[in-house]
Write a protein that binds this ligand. Structure first.
Ligand code: NDP
Length: 485
């Protein structure tokens, strides 16, 4: 088994660096609660070193051809794939997510981003705009400078990859701060980028809690902040960034609707609901946690769902037969337990789950509440755990209005065999990322992000390029320049 202990707490200017004067941060294996490693929060000196390194390295990186930058990113993607098992084991120990998942969804997803944006790097060009009389304008697409990435704890390696790949492809440098709950994956990404030939200082990782994030985003040398996290943190960070006119991308939380019409393929719809509520033990921002089921199939849906949940294999996440792991931390487990208690108190019907198994670690059973109504706390607030709320509905118009009646707008899904209806419903969803007869796909080729309180900007796809670069317009006069006097 891979040793999860990192070489040091931070990665700055092409090297691991340590400063044990920083606040100690334990790395806890969520399946046992045991400390398996320790890092130290970045001191102000480390934060300054990281931003200085990024600032110094960025111009030369931007001056390289897109072809050369892209080749380095694609080489990093290859190394990640070669080392996938080691990286996945570290991710599992860091997050508690089953190895069965991390082997296919985490480092692999970061590799996809590096390969995709590495491929795009040589094609990032401006345009030529003819203006008559031989005059013209042209545009130059240029990097922003030093970008800060701040990650959540549910997909630490993927989030680091999704932010680093487009930022670096565009010629920016980055300082990335992982969540203090999951400190390991981004360090490995930095190490691999160096091995792939990335110049020192172009990608740096500093560990630490919110205070380190705050120090990064307020630094005047930083041009952009891309945060994955909760809505309250996003509002705070975006507010600070706006005050200094910095660019932002905000990938925030949600309470997304999943609408199942009575003509849907039942097993397929149940699969969608499972993927949208229990994958990664429910710790996914885009989860469809408000499952609206048309009344005619409600009991059939609940019956089939309960049968399928009986196939859950809860256990040691490092055992590849385990398909359901613990929560990431005691704190997150406590939050989920409070919501389960609230659901019972507000008289939702507990169909299955809700209890903690008799074992160490931060485990809780996959939980389904039925007869949930729109006003209940569990139907309104993001739980970020394996708690599915099933709500009934009668008509399409009714369900669309109820699905949209939330401050969030990250994702939404619909299951039906009637494709005209599917497209109509999707057109009406107030959400940035929608699914028809599927749930939670996140290919790098397609944009990902939210509307309303769920975020600003898009990650992945060509869209991300617009959020990591800006356009300079150049007007060219080919004849004499005239003035009124
Ligand atoms: P938080 O909002 O608590 O934290 C997100 C990151 O921001 C962490 O690295 C955190 O540091 C940092 N941070 C906290 N305060 C500040 C500050 N004042 N300035 C700068 N940085 C700060 O989110 P969680 O880590 O708890 O993640 C769960 C949330 O993330 C959920 O709401 C979920 O929906 C959302 N999420 C959204 C995704 C999306 O793509 N839309 C994907 C995944 C998750 P630290 O925690 O170390 O103190």
């Amino acid at each position: 088994m891979t040793d999860p202990k990192p070489t040091a707490s931070h990665y700055v200017n092409g090297n691991y660096v340590e400063d044990t004067r920083g606040e100690p941060i334990p790395v806890i294996y969520p399946a046992t609660g045991a400390e398996i490693a320790r890092v130290y929060a970045a001191t102000p000196a480390i934060v300054d070193q990281a931003i200085s390194a990024a600032k110094s390295a960025q111009p030369a990186w931007a001056a390289m051809s897109g072809m050369d930058r892209g080749r380095i990113l694609r080489r990093a993607a290859d190394i990640i794939r070669e080392r996938n098992r080691e990286l996945s084991e570290i991710e599992t120990m860091d997050t508690g997510k089953p190895l069965q998942e991390t082997l296919v969804a985490d480092a692999v997803s970061a590799a996809d981003a590096l390969e995709y944006f590495g491929g795009l790097a040589a094609s990032l060009t401006g345009e030529h705009i003819p203006l008559g009389d031989g005059n013209f304008a042209y545009t130059i697409r240029q990097p922003l400078g030093v970008c800060v990435g701040i990650g959540a704890w549910n997909y630490p390696t993927q989030i680091a990859g999704w932010k680093a790949a487009p930022a670096l492809a565009c010629g920016n440098a980055m300082v990335f701060k992982p969540s203090e709950t999951t400190t390991l994956g981004a360090l490995k990404l930095a190490e691999i980028l160096t091995e792939a030939g990335l110049p020192d200082g172009v990608f740096n990782v500093v560990n630490g809690a919110g205070a380190v994030g705050a120090a990064l985003i307020t630094d005047p040398r930083v041009a952009k902040v891309s945060l994955t996290g909760s809505v309250p943190t996003g509002k705070k960070v975006a507010g600070i960034a706006a005050g200094e006119m910095k660019h932002v991308t905000m990938e925030l939380g949600g309470k997304s609707p999943l609408v199942i019409f009575d003509d849907a393929d039942l097993d397929s719809a149940v699969s969608g609901a499972i993927l949208g509520n229990f994958y990664s033990t429910g710790q996914i921002c885009s989860n469809g946690t408000r499952v609206f089921v048309q009344k005619g199939i409600k009991e059939a849906f609940l019956g089939r769902l309960t049968e399928r949940i009986a196939d859950v294999v809860m256990g040691d996440p490092l055992d590849e037969t385990t398909n359901f792991g613990p929560m990431v931390s005691q704190a997150q487990l406590d939050i989920v337990q409070r919501y389960v208690a609230k659901g019972k108190e507000e008289a939702a019907r507990l169909v299955t789950g809700g209890a903690r198994p008799d074992r160490d670690g931060f485990f809780i059973e996959p939980t389904v509440f039925a007869d949930v109504t729109d006003g209940m706390t569990i139907a309104r607030e993001e739980i970020f755990g394996p708690v599915m709320c099933v709500l009934d509905f009668d008509t399409e118009d009714e369900v669309l209005a109820r699905a949209n009646a939330t401050e969030y707008g990250l994702a939404a899904g619909v299951f039906t065999r009637d494709f005209a209806r599917a497209h109509r419903v999707v057109a009406g969803f107030e959400a940035g990322t929608c699914y028809i007869n599927s749930y939670n796909d996140a290919p790098v080729e397609a944009p990902f992000g939210g509307v309303k309180a769920s975020g600003v900007g898009r990650e992945n796809s060509k869209e991300a390029i617009n959020h990591y670069s800006e356009v300079k317009s150049v007007f060219v006069r080919m004849n004499a320049c005239e003035a009124p006097f």
